[in-house]
Ligand binder design. Structure first.
Ligand code: ADP
Length: 457
């Protein structure tokens, strides 16, 4: 969905309203990376293509080069990728003066095709797979995050030791407390809306200082693009206002973590193909197979919902973060919750993913799992009522979600459906990224270990 057409951009550049165009790719961590173009150069020639070092899709979160990637390495000399602006994503960014944004596809110089492990390319491929089956995937991601007093720079200088959330009390649905946060949230809603991102609402969330942003469901690629831009906007707008927004999945052991629930439905001919008025709970056969695929293949795709060591700290009993690969009707303790059961808008909410997920990768993974369920006509296990935490402890129970990054890495590496959907080279690429994250963590000595063992070990 374009907020503005290219011709409109030209007019705005002529009038002086826009002088800068950001051309960005979405990296492995879901961040916007790219260049700031002088707007005149962009409309003269930059819109055709630009270039970036190919290490941008082979770094860790700190932008270190990482060994073991086949696609780019020191021995291959870290060459270029083409960044091809997708002009359908062109939009003004009203919170940055005189600035517009375009998202880019990442293209291989030699083959002139999408770089397979590029997050946008992976999602586009799964959307095409859905279309071949006759479906248009419609998705919405929720963005939960914490707002802290002070900017990132100050907080970093203090060694992240005196983190102070903007609120002193749980602010779930609270209007009074969130009024105090409107200095960030009002411009966030309004600027995103003006940028063509259909914000529905924001609300206080389940902990002190926790906010949630909801964006209206949209075709899957738009949904992921909206998420990446909205997350970036949240950080920038909070920074401008003197606050820090954190999408870390779990910032404190005794607080709930932040999620990114994924709402999903498949549509055919403009109508929800998950809806069948005559079926149990209004869940069509298509929906049942799709949900069966999400559950069956969740272990192998789990890494894309929880990509870091920290992601796994969120999965705690009775915390609203699920620990099981189970489904239920309107039930927030299940990994997969059915919303609007018996209604025409019946859909699946995957509650497993953390706020640290990469939206393009997560949506691609959800689609890959669900579509495999349709293709293989998988049978849906029975729904489970009641508290899904009660007797499902993190253990080697097949209904339990992976409990550590190591478990998710092994599942991804060995996963047949994941390899079939994404291709061996792509899976090996992300396994390498995940193993590096694990290796870095394994070599760290943490304050937890010092506290426990310094004297007593
Ligand atoms: P919750 O019960 O979690 O509060 P909401 O009613 O706020 O859920 O809806 C959450 C998200 O679901 C919204 O972003 C909304 O646009 C999205 N949504 C609504 N209908 C559909 C659908 N058919 N497919 C996918 N997402 C949908």
């Amino acid at each position: 969905m374009a907020a503005i057409e290219f011709e409109d951009l030209k007019a705005r550049v002529s009038s002086g309203e826009i002088d800068t165009v950001l051309a960005c790719l979405v990296d492995m961590q879901g961040r916007l990376l790219g260049k700031r173009f002088h707007a005149q150069h962009f409309i003269d020639s930059g819109y055709k293509e630009t270039h970036c070092c190919n290490y941008l899709l082979a770094t860790d979160i700190e932008m270190n080069t990482v060994e073991g990637f086949k696609a780019s390495s020191w021995s291959q000399g870290y060459g270029d990728y083409v960044m091809k602006p997708d002009l359908s994503t062109l939009r003004p960014l009203p919170w940055l003066e005189g600035t517009a944004l375009v998202l880019c596809d990442v293209i291989d110089h030699n083959t002139h095709t999408d770089v397979d492990h590029s997050p946008r390319a992976l999602l586009k491929k799964q959307v095409e797979r859905a279309r071949r089956l006759g479906f248009d995937p419609m998705m919405a991601t929720e963005l939960e995050f914490f707002l802290f007093k002070g900017r990132y720079e100050e907080i970093r200088q203090e060694g992240y030791r005196s983190l102070t959330p903007v609120s002193d009390y749980i602010e779930d649905y609270h209007i009074l407390q969130t009024t105090k946060e409107e200095v960030v949230m009002r411009p966030l809603r309004n600027h995103l809306y003006a940028a063509g991102i259909p914000v529905e609402c924001s609300k206080g969330e389940a902990a002190a200082g926790q906010e949630e942003l909801n964006i209206r469901y949209a075709p899957a690629l738009d949904c992921a693009d909206f998420h990446a831009i909205a997350k970036h906007a949240t950080k920038e707008i909070a920074w401008h206002a003197g606050y820090a927004a954190s999408f870390l999945a779990k910032w404190r052991a005794d607080e709930v973590g932040s999620a990114s629930h994924i709402h999903q439905s498949l549509w055919r001919d403009g109508a929800n193909a998950f809806w069948d008025a005559d079926a149990d709970y209004g869940m069509s056969q298509t929906m049942q197979h799709y949900l069966a695929g999400l559950i069956q293949y969740a272990p192998q795709f789990f890494y894309f919902l929880a990509p870091y060591i920290n992601s796994y700290k969120r999965f705690v009993r009775n915390s609203f973060a699920p620990t099981t690969l189970t489904w239920s009707l309107d039930n927030r303790t299940a990994g997969f919750r059915i919303c609007d059961a018996n209604g025409a808008n019946v859909r699946i909410e995957c509650r497993l993913g953390g706020s640290d997920l990469n939206p393009h990768l997560a949506l691609a993974a959800q689609l890959a799992a669900g579509l495999a369920g349709i293709e293989e006509k998988l049978e849906l296990p029975a729904a489970i009522d009641g508290n899904h935490y009660a007797d499902k402890r993190p253990a080697l129970d097949k209904e339990c979600a992976p409990n550590t990054l190591t478990e998710a890495i092994v599942n991804l590496r060995e996963g047949r459906a994941a390899r079939q959907a994404f291709g061996d080279a792509v899976i090996d690429h992300y396994v390498n990224a995940a193993m590096w994250e694990q290796e870095k963590y394994d070599s760290a000595v943490t304050d937890f270990e010092l506290r426990l063992g310094f004297e007593q070990a």
